[in-house]
Design a protein around this ligand. Structure first.
Ligand code: HAS
Length: 561
């Protein structure tokens, strides 16, 4: 990476562009909590409508930021760990397509022609430019993986019998999942939505589109999560001063994610008509199974942190917790990874509740859902992205992290914010507060006949949580900007920048987890078994095609609108 100046520029662009966009994403997050609490009682603010802002919030934070980060981290890890130059043509064209796609999609959201939320569910209809932008963005991210395959295969050939570095396993697993799950959504976008949006087809099969979306949508959450898991398995043990407790556990978890991430998307559609409850039940069981690699991860990381803490003098059954570097400014990155883990305990537990078919009836489409996902994608994933972006940006530009104490405060402030935010939404969800609803116009408006004063406390607690979360991001940007404008670090002018990697305490040699091929074959079979029957049923059912709608109007969208 040191020799490849062009790659460094590509990685920095992939990290900085979405971070700038994040400011818009967070601004719309703040507006969301104010709409929900009834502090804003309007359909729009500064000319941007409620659903338009919600779409910008979801697309920027959950799609653009996460994908750019995964690609940037992949470039950095593959180049470093395989000690190989990457094709600049490949990495550059990947970046160009992703940028063009993101600009096209964002432009349509900001001119109000794509208020379809991050799930772009039909019959909500967007401009064809939005769908085309999404397609280009995805193709750009595919090219990144294709850029890594040749150096990976070369490395395997030159190092027979050697284990592939853990970071490479983690990032390749992430993109294998991405490759598998983006095929159905590419079909949905290119074959169903784009022709419909162009007016070439009279309507859209909503059940088929939603099923194809969730075929993609659930593995998408593991595509978000696994880059952070890669950091947990490779950097976290080192940051605690110890070693990774079990090398096998890491490889096993990544391989199991490849197989189990995709064949379970129907758990997002338990309440949807048109799909047999048999297939929904089967997907519910598979969803509970995919929690296993996360539980393995919880055990392995706890054991790894214990090793580090004992190395630092920690003793006793629980006394060693005191020896972790929670507030060590030299190891500020630890706090981002650790707070993410703590938050994920609650994100995971609530995920298991969601997956339990019967209990899902209570929480589906309520405020409980955003509470869950702000403890998953908004917890370990977001903090992993913030922490590692700061680490990579300052490292690649040879800048010191200015105010490291402030930097390490960010995840703690964020964690306090998410506790309040998600706490309010969880309780509110159980009391029936809907998600994706401008409550300020109705339930939280005392002048409305549907006013619900009993939702006042929960929505206000969530709003305070939202403000605290925004404060954390502002502090982060202060540190980032101060670091960017500081003078280059003298200490590192001679030593090249590298990402620290942990050694393994138990370095097991298990052949079954050393090759992706059998796991990819198993993943393909699992997907066929889980999706062929429901898709076959949907195809046979001949559902009536739906016309398009805008989110805030019951009138059918007319051609050219
Ligand atoms: Fe989820 C809906 C089920 C994980 C994201 N999920 C969503 C949505 C999003 C999302 C965005 O079954 C909303 C989609 C929409 O817009 O409609 N989810 C699960 C399950 C898991 C899960 C079973 N979700 C995630 C992750 C996400 C994410 C990860 C993003 C990154 N989710 C669902 C279901 C729905 C759903 C249903 C649909 C509901 C509906 O009705 O619409 C599992 O993978 C979770 C397993 C995780 C664990 C936790 C392990 C804990 C660890 C931390 C250890 C801590 C340590 C620190 C070591 C079992 C690894 C110790 C320190 C101390 C101080 C003690």
């Amino acid at each position: 990476m040191e020799q490849q100046k062009a790659l460094r520029a590509i990685i920095l662009t992939e990290l900085l562009v979405p971070l700038v966009l994040l400011l818009f994403g967070i601004y719309h997050g703040v507006l969301q909590v104010m709409y929900r609490a009834g502090v804003i009682r309007a359909a729009s603010v500064a000319g941007i409508g409620y659903y338009q802002g919600l779409t910008a919030h979801g697309v920027i934070n959950a799609v653009v930021l996460t994908t750019f980060f995964a690609v940037a981290l992949g470039h950095a890890l593959i180049a470093q760990e395989l000690d190989a130059p990457l094709s600049i043509w490949g990495a550059g064209s990947s970046l160009a397509l992703m940028l063009i796609g993101a600009v096209m999609a964002a432009a349509m959201i900001f001119v109000g022609k794509a208020s379809v939320l991050y799930t772009f569910y039909p019959p909500l209809k967007a401009s064809p430019i939005f769908y085309l932008g999404l397609a280009l963005f995805i193709v750009g991210s595919w090219i990144a993986l294709f850029t890594w395959i040749p150096p990976y295969l070369r490395w395997r050939k030159q190092n027979p019998g050697k284990k592939t570095p853990m970071a490479v396993v983690g990032i390749m697993a992430t993109f294998i999942i991405w490759q598998l799950c983006t095929l159905p959504v590419a079909f949905e976008v290119l074959v169903l939505l784009l022709p419909w949006s162009l007016g070439w087809t009279p309507g859209v099969n909503v059940v088929l589109s939603r099923t194809l979306f969730w075929f993609f949508g659930h593995p998408l959450v593991y595509f978000w999560l696994l880059p952070t898991y890669t950091l947990y398995y490779t950097m976290l043990p080192k940051l605690t001063g110890g070693k990774l407790y079990s090398d096998f556990a890491g490889r096993f978890s990544f391989m199991v994610f490849i197989v189990l991430s995709s064949p379970l998307g129907l758990h997002h559609q338990f309440a949807d008509p048109g799909i047999s409850s048999n297939w929904k039940g089967m997907h519910a069981v598979l969803t509970l199974l995919v929690a296993v690699p996360s539980l393995v991860t919880a055990f392995t990381l706890s054991a790894s942190m214990e090793l580090g803490a004992r190395q630092n003098g920690g003793t006793g059954l629980f006394g060693w917790w005191k020896k972790l570097p929670y507030f060590d400014p030299d190891r500020w990155l630890f706090s981002y990874l650790f707070c993410g883990l703590v938050i994920f305990i609650f994100g995971g537990i609530t995920g298991i509740i969601n997956a339990s078919y019967a209990m899902n009836n209570v929480i589906h489409n309520t405020a409980w859902l955003p509470a869950h996902f702000h403890l998953t994608v908004g917890g370990p994933v977001f903090l992993g992205i913030l922490g590692m972006s700061l680490f990579l940006i300052t490292g690649l530009l040879n800048r010191p992290v200015v105010a490291p104490r402030l930097a390490l405060a960010v995840p703690y402030i964020w964690m306090a914010g998410t506790c309040l935010f998600s706490g309010g939404l969880f309780v509110g969800g159980l009391r029936g507060e809907p998600r994706r609803t401008n409550l300020g116009l109705t339930y939280l408006n005392p002048e409305s006949p549907s006013y619900r004063p009993d939702w006042h406390a929960t929505t206000h607690i969530a709003m305070i949580g939202g403000f605290v979360m925004a404060l954390a991001v502002l502090v982060y940007f202060v540190v980032l900007v101060m670091s960017l404008v500081s003078s280059p670090s003298k200490a590192r002018t001679t030593a090249p920048f590298s990402i620290p990697m942990s050694e393994a305490y138990h370095d097991e040699r298990v052949a079954a987890v050393r090759n992706f091929t059998p796991w990819v074959i198993a993943a393909t079979l699992a997907v066929i078994l889980a999706y062929y029957p429901p898709l076959h049923d949907i195809a046979k059912s001949n559902f009536k095609l739906a016309p398009g709608y805008h989110p805030d109007s019951p009138a059918v969208v007319q051609p050219g609108e």
